[in-house]
Structure formats: C-alpha cells, structure tokens
Design a protein around this ligand. Structure first.
Ligand code: DGJ
Length: 552
C-alpha cells in the first residue's frame, strides 16, 4: 500500500512538473496578430515594451550592472535591453559560461523588469569585436571580409559556413540555458540576433570566395520570392529590379544592375541567410520572438558601405524576408530626426514595428508615443538608458512611460481595433488625423492670443466608445471636428482628467472653463466647424477622457 501511494505520488509530481514545463513553453512570450496589429504577448496579455538599452559594456560585469537596475525602474521602464556577448559566453570553444546571463536574469527579476537579450555574436555594428579570441585569431577557419582594396577589417565574412555554424552553436547553447533557467519565469521576452550587421568600408565582401559567389546566379529561392511578392515589394527594390528589366534569373549584376545596389543585395542575402541559421538554431532550443536591428542610412552616406551594406535596411527588406523567415522583426535604430519618415518605411504589411535604439529625452518621449499610437509598435527603447540622471523619475522618458504604462491595456486594445492615433510636434504647424468619425487637429499648446507656448509636444488619442475619447500627452491643444453625417459642430459634453491606478480609472477634476478654452475667436473657429474648445495638455504629461456632442 505504502509502496503504491509512493508510486502514485511520484507519478503525480512528475506529471505536474511536466505539465508546468509544457505550460511554460506553450505560453512563452510570442508575437500574435490581434485584429490589425501584431502584438507581443507576455503572460497571456499584450505587452508594450517601455524599454531602454544599456550601454554596450554595462552587462560585462555584474558588480557594475547591479548598480544600474534601480534607476531604470524609477524611470518607469518595464524592460531592459541587455547585451550578452559571444566572447564571454564561450571563452573557449565548447566551454560555456552563463554566469553573467544568470546575473542578468536575477537583476531583472529582483527589479521587476523584463529582459530583451542582445546577442553580440559574429557582428556588433558591422564588426566582429565580440567574437571570442579563438574565433578572432583563426582567420583561416573564420575568414574575414576583404575590402575592394584587398585589405581586411575585423569583420567575419557572412559567407563563412564555419563561422555561421560556430555562432549558431553558441547561440543555441545560450537559448537552451535561458529556457532552462527562465521558461517558468519568463524574464526574457525577446532576443535580438547580432547587432547592426553589414559590410563597412565597401559595398560587399571582395574576398576570392565571395567574388566566386557574386558571379553566380541569384539563388532561385530569392527570385521565386520576389516574383511571388512582386505587387507588394518595398518601392526601392521594386524600382531597382524593374530598371534592370525585371529579369526572373541571372547573375546579381544582371538582375540588380552593375552598381553598388547589386553588391548590397548580394550582401543582404548572405547576412540574412547566415542570421537565419543562427536564429533557427536558437529558436529550436527556446522559441522566443527574435529580431534584428539596422544601422540605417545616414544623410551624408553616398553608397552602401558608408552604412553597413547588407543590413536590414528597408530597401532590402524583401531580400531579408526571403532569406530569413525565422526573424520576426526588422527594426530601425533611429538616431535621426525624421522618426515619421523612418518608421513609415519600417512598418509595413508583414513587418511589425519595434524601435530597439533611439533617443531618450523629450524626443524619446514623443517618439514612444508616436510609434505606439501611430504604427501599433510593440515598444520603444532609448539607447544608453543607464546614463546617470539626477532625478530619474523626472526625466521626459520617465514621465512618458508613466502615462503609457497606465494606459497599456487601453492602448493595446485600441491598436488591435484600429482605434488609436498619435502625434509628435516640433514646428508650429497643425497635424491632423481621422478617427471614429472625427477630424482631430493638434497644435503645440497656445495661449488665447494664439501664441505658441511650447517648442515640442506629443500625444495620442484613443476612441473608447461612440463620441468618447482618451487623450494623453504633453504640450498640445487637441480639437475635434465631425466628419460623419449630422450636425457640423462638436462641443464637449464633459472632460475629466485622471490617472489609472492598478488598472482602475481614478477620475480627477472635471475640466471646464479656462481648462478647455483654446480660442475666443469664435467667428473664425465656427467658420471651420470648431467651437473654440478642446483638450489642453500642459507641460506635465497627463491623461484626459472626454465625450463630444453634436450641434449646429
Ligand atoms: C548603435 C549600436 O547598435 C549601439 O550598440 C551603440 O554602439 C550605438 N550605436 C552608439 O553608441
């Protein structure tokens, strides 16, 4: 009897631990199409990465790293992007050391932060500085690229099968360890594979073996994919292909022309193929969402190679799609002012948006609102978030993330239903969007004489019910003009400021009078179907809810 009880107890323990492990795996963080948005699902719910990326060397020493967590939390981050390097994980071939990884996981958990690991493997900013010494030294086994002038740089060739396999093995070992250490806790929610890859200093690899490959035909796998998607190719690749006769086969120069663009296409194919192998090896161990990031073209760049050639630039996305189907997101690192233009190129029908690197400060606050509200981004992450701030809770990013975290369930629901829009303003101009039967007009905050009171503003607007909206942000005036049939003007039934605490809306003041008055030039206003009233968001980011009524 005793023996029987014991056996059944042991069986049930085995069964329950098996079930909890398979539950953990089946509910692992994943990307899921919900309505019109692709969302990151964590712990069963849509998750917005209100994130920041640590400096490159911050996670190479745990004593140093452990001083950084607290201020991240004070800035209302929910996620940190943290580097893991091949050289520290596999200092000797086949001998793995995951003590830093374990320290990163512990730091994240102790501070209630999720982690996105950045795999600095074969490449980091195009170069191979993070490869272990045994890889760096063995240039026979792990050949470097050659520039056009025949010289080498510290860049492993993307055409090296040996390097690809060694990197894939190391990355698979990392993901196996992460699964074992973290699948039941889900601290790690996404992984970046390599960092800003591409050839710097030449448009392609000019080593002898690369020259041989370049002279061969474009792989039919790529040709077939371009043909299958010819009506939805990114415009630059489409016109490059068409300018060269829309050929369905031929060498790289025949299909893409005798120019650096053919070199770039060739490198994009080879980097994407290599990274696909590395990513697939990692996912086979632990299937987390995985993305790559692009060092995007800078205004002063004249040709590929000035920027990393072959990286996931928007103009070669279709090549990446064909070669790297295991990569979930092709992300831009944005260090330019044109966030609107850049994000419009990177968010498209099959590519969700995540910004792994960009500005902090006011630009960062505005960008976070804009990409999440305008492009259904899964998140935003300023680079160098561990820079010391005197008052971390008072930074523009902290204030913006505070609002975004309060509104996360409302935002992610609205993303999936197509009921959200967003604005970022610097110049003194009007921005507009159409939402739920209204034209929404946004300007930088003005006084009653029409004089602009701020140099930068941002906000998002969510349609929560017929004629009801949530508006959040800073330094903007927001007005609503009806677009749908019916009375031409929309007055404010009520406006209520408030905060969300533990998921519950806590109404504050009922806003009226001076707090909703935008302009007393009523004749001018009425001529364009405006009432003179609207939502006035001051410098301190805030949330208001409102209801409109129609009249004529
Ligand atoms: C982009 C890279 O991806 C980051 O790792 C970092 O080097 C920044 N540039 C610049 O500091």
């Amino acid at each position: 009897m005793l023996k029987l009880v014991k056996t059944s107890t042991i069986l049930s323990i085995i069964l329950s631990s098996f079930l909890s492990l398979s539950f953990a795996q089946s509910s692992a963080p994943r990307l899921e199409k919900r309505g019109q948005a692709t969302q990151l699902i964590v712990d069963g719910k849509p998750f917005l990465l209100l994130a920041g990326e640590l400096h490159n060397s911050s996670s190479s020493n745990l004593d140093y790293l452990n001083t950084l967590w607290k201020p991240l939390k004070q800035q209302h981050l929910n996620t940190a992007l943290v580097a893991v390097s091949w050289e520290l994980v596999e200092p000797q071939e086949g001998k793995f050391d995951f003590s830093l990884v374990d320290g990163i996981l512990k730091g994240g958990r102790d501070n209630n932060l999720k982690i996105v690991l950045l795999w600095f493997g074969s490449w980091k900013n195009g170069l191979s500085h993070y490869a272990p010494e045994w890889v760096k030294k063995d240039t026979r086994r792990f050949p470097r690229i050659k520039l056009e002038n025949g010289r080498s740089t510290e860049t492993i060739s993307a055409l090296s099968t040996e390097a690809m396999n060694a990197d894939a093995k190391a990355f698979a070992a990392l993901m196996k360890h992460v699964k074992k250490a973290d699948a039941s806790k889900q601290t790690v929610i996404m992984v970046q594979v390599e960092n800003e890859v591409g050839v710097i200093g030449a448009a392609r690899d000019y080593s002898d073996f690369a020259n041989v490959e370049f002279a061969k035909a474009v792989p039919s796998e790529l040709m077939q994919s371009l043909i299958a998607h010819k009506n939805e190719l990114q415009p630059q690749l489409k016109s490059l292909w068409e300018q060269n006769g829309s050929k369905t086969g031929g060498t790289w120069s025949q299909v893409f022309g005798k120019s650096a663009s053919a070199d770039e296409a060739f490198m994009a194919w080879n980097y994407a193929k290599y990274i696909n192998t590395v990513t697939a090896a990692g996912k086979a161990e632990y299937n987390l969402p995985m993305f790559v990031n692009a060092w995007i073209v800078q205004p002063e760049d004249k040709r590929p190679g000035d920027y990393p050639s072959g990286g996931p630039q928007s103009h070669v996305h279709d090549i990446w799609r064909a070669a790297a189907p295991t990569v979930d997101i092709l992300s831009p690192d944005i260090y330019l002012q044109d966030t609107k233009g850049i994000t419009a190129m990177y968010k498209h029908s099959w590519n969700p948006l995540f910004i792994p690197e960009s500005f902090a400060g006011l630009d960062g606050a505005a960008n976070a609102f804009y990409v999440i509200g305008r492009h259904d981004a899964i998140g935003y992450s300023p680079f160098g978030i561990d820079n010391k701030a005197e008052k971390p809770a008072e930074t523009p990013i902290a204030k913006a993330y505070n609002i975004l975290s309060q509104l996360t369930p409302e935002i992610t629901k609205a993303q999936s239903e197509g009921k959200i829009t967003a604005f970022t303003l610097k110049a003194d101009s009007v921005q507009t969007a159409e939402l739920a039967g209204y034209k929404i007009n946004v300007t930088l905050r003005k006084n009653w004489s029409g004089v602009t009171q701020a140099s930068q503003g941002y906000g998002l607007v969510i349609n929560t019910a017929p004629d009801e909206f949530t508006v959040a942000g800073s330094n903007i005036d927001v007005t609503f003009v009806p677009l749908s049939a019916g009375p031409k003007m929309a007055g404010l039934s009520w406006v209520r400021e408030g905060i969300v605490e533990n998921g519950v809306w806590k109404p504050g003041r009922l806003l009226n009078g001076d707090n909703i008055m935008i302009s007393y030039k009523l004749a001018e206003q009425a001529a364009v179907n405006k009432t003179g009233t609207g939502i006035r968001l001051l410098d301190e980011p805030s949330i208001s809810k409102l209801k409109l009524y129609r009249f004529e």
